[in-house]
Design a protein around this ligand. Structure first.
Ligand code: FMN
Ligand code: ADP
Length: 314
């Protein structure tokens, strides 16, 4: 997959494509509908397939003081799109001058990019003041537009990245996973912790130095997996402050079941399946250890019922 960064004032020479357009944070079930349609049409029309994204996030252009978190920070989104099999991702540089373009000027950009067919949701809006919509796109004879209805969470509610983000932050990970169509995950590198897990508790816990800009699940204990290379290892994961020890910094750590390898410095993925309980302050280390052993049993029971293949992004 080729990633092309594009300034709307200097569009490079590009092949004819079928493209979908959007922000696609999360690549949830609704997004996947658009992505799959785009790939199908590209195949039918014997054209290259592409995804048009915007960066930086339009919100940060108008609210530079705010930092935003994502379900899929851009590097992860790009690697997921590559995995889906797209030929191109076009990253349109979002600036105030780009935001001010009128509908026709936005269409000109698409035409100059050689987008033959544009796939979008029927709720897609664009151009200055978000005035452009599917009707204005369709009214341009130079564009072929395929608009798909949003994927519904309930009869009234469409699936949206912001709803999923809220579920993740509230620890409603099963609801989030259901709307994503795959297990929510955090990527990063395993670093050093306080060296208590193995020695003091007899339960080693690998500490994740998480990549930046992720929406973090609510503090608590989760059953899930750690992906090490190609292996998905069942694991129990804790996010929080280890109140029994009173840490000041939030940590994200996992005990991998039936596993005994050195993970320091390795790039891994933590996948979240079910929230087991909140973090608790225990009166003694023995009480914490006893709870961790009960968590191992619960994790085994829960994951035995999960068909992992259905819960991985492809
Ligand atoms: C599944 C799991 C559940 C945990 N639950 C708690 C908890 O409820 N309360 C707590 O104080 N620490 C909890 N911990 C954190 C342990 O205290 C922590 O792993 C230990 O202090 C080792 O930290 P270290 O890896 O930095 O050495 C949990 C850890 C894991 C992996
Ligand atoms: N089953 C396992 N789960 C988690 N980490 C493991 C496991 N087996 C071996 N390890 C190794 O042990 C380290 C965690 O040990 P721990 O004593 O908790 O130290 P730290 O405080 O540095 O995390 C991990 O980073 C990993 O390299």
């Amino acid at each position: 997959m080729e990633i092309v960064e594009i300034e709307h004032t200097a569009i490079p020479s590009l092949p004819e494509t079928v493209c979908c357009v959007g922000y696609f944070d999360g690549l949830h079930k609704g997004h996947q509908l658009l992505l799959n349609k785009t790939l199908d049409l590209a195949k039918q029309e014997h054209l290259a397939s592409g995804v048009i994204l915007f960066d930086p996030d339009p919100w940060t252009i108008f609210h530079p003081e705010q930092t935003l978190d994502y379900l899929t920070p851009l590097p992860k989104r790009l690697s997921m799109l590559a995995k889906k099999g797209f030929d191109f991702v076009y990253i349109l540089r979002f600036t105030k001058s780009f935001a001010a373009l009128h509908e026709q000027a936005f269409h000109d950009v698409l035409v100059a990019m050689h987008v033959q067919t544009l796939v979008c949701g029927t709720d897609f809006h664009y151009a200055a003041k978000n005035k452009g919509n599917v009707d204005s796109l369709k009214s341009d004879p130079r564009l072929r537009v395929v608009a798909l209805d949003p994927f519904m969470e309930t009869q009234q509610q469409k699936i949206s990245s912001s709803t999923i983000e809220r579920y993740v932050k509230e620890g409603k990970i099963e609801l989030a996973d259901e709307l994503l169509g795959y297990m929510y995950s955090l990527d990063g590198i395993i670093g050093k912790g306080f060296q208590r897990g193995g020695k003091l508790l007899g339960i080693p816990t690998a500490n994740l130095e998480c990549d930046p800009d992720y929406v973090l699940p609510a503090t608590g204990v989760y059953a899930g997996f750690v992906q090490v290379g190609r292996r998905l290892v069942p694991a129990m994961i804790n996010i929080g402050y280890n109140p029994t020890f009173g840490n000041e910094k939030k940590t994200i750590e996992a005990h991998l079941l039936d596993f005994n390898e050195n993970l320091y410095g390795r790039r891994v993925r933590f996948l979240f399946a079910v929230r087991l309980r909140p973090e608790q302050k225990f009166a003694s280390i023995e009480a914490l250890k006893a709870q961790l052993h009960r968590d191992i049993v619960s994790t085994r029971d829960i994951l035995a019922k999960k068909s992992v293949k259905d819960w991985c992004f492809d």
